[in-house]
Design a protein around this ligand. Structure first.
Ligand code: ADP
Length: 240
């Protein structure tokens, strides 16, 4: 099966910082759903930011759809395949209305007006955002902002959807909808969350990160119950 993304010996150090990623390698196949767990500071966000070119590795490389990231025409070409939602949702939203925020990606991809309109309508309806579609996203509640950011990423129909703590701020109804959506959608997903119940519902494979490395890569159902391994990284397993 071909890979949607492959990281090869990825290392990264922030300016004046400790190494945040160390010789990390991972391949994610088409349609695979991978949970990414680990304590705060393990490197999950840093890793994700490498996968669509937001950060450049100190050494090692990333391949997107079997081509090195550097060989893609430009970063926009990568981002049409790899959509990322940020942990800090305020860093992601920037348009003057919810409608524009969701339309931004599809418009950039050059879709027809009709396809853009239909797509935006579908996602506004899906996340119950129709009533606020003309409001600036920055003026919405945390949960609504999160829904806007998710809708904007999903609207681009990426081949890999990378979600950094996507259930933060969502109310029960939208959390449940997100789980259902992520379970059903036929694309690859990487999702970081401290919520192991969320991870267990959405993913079949799970990696555990510690100090910028992958320290376990197992079926999700095994890893989330692996008390000994998780305890070493300050995490609590789900009781059987
Ligand atoms: P996680 O997402 O698992 O919580 P991060 O990727 O945010 O981990 O952080 C990994 C390491 O990189 C941590 O030691 C963190 O302090 C450091 N780090 C994160 N962002 C920056 C930054 N902008 N500048 C310097 N160090 C950073």
């Amino acid at each position: 099966m071909s890979c949607v993304i492959r990281a090869l010996n990825l290392s990264f150090r922030y300016q004046n910082g400790e190494p945040a990623l160390s010789e990390l390698s991972l391949a994610v196949h088409q349609h695979e759903k991978v949970g990414v767990i680990g304590p705060s500071g393990a490197g999950k966000t840093t890793f994700f930011w490498h996968l669509n070119g937001l950060l450049k590795p100190t050494s090692g490389c990333i391949e997107v759809l079997d081509r090195p990231l550097s060989e893609h025409k430009n970063v926009n070409e990568v981002r049409r395949h790899v959509a990322l939602t940020f942990q800090q949702v305020n860093d992601q939203i920037f348009c003057s209305s919810v409608w524009e925020e969701i339309a931004f990606g599809p418009k950039n991809l050059g879709w027809s007006k009709q396809k853009v309109d239909e797509t935006v309508e579908r996602w506004l309806t899906y996340f119950n955002l129709k009533d606020v579609s003309h409001r600036p996203p920055h003026h919405l509640s945390g949960g609504q902002k999160r829904s806007v950011a998710l809708a904007a990423a999903m609207a681009m129909e990426p081949q890999l959807l990378i979600l950094d703590e996507p259930a933060n701020d969502l109310d029960h109804r939208n959390r449940r909808k997100l789980i259902t959506y992520l379970k059903d959608i036929q694309i690859a997903i990487m999702v970081a969350s401290h919520d192991l119940y969320f991870i267990s519902e959405v993913t079949k494979r799970c990696i555990l990160m510690g100090s910028g490395r992958i320290v376990a890569d197992k079926p999700t159902v095994e890893l989330i119950h692996d008390e000994d391994t998780l305890r070493q990284y300050g995490m609590e397993a789900i009781k059987m």
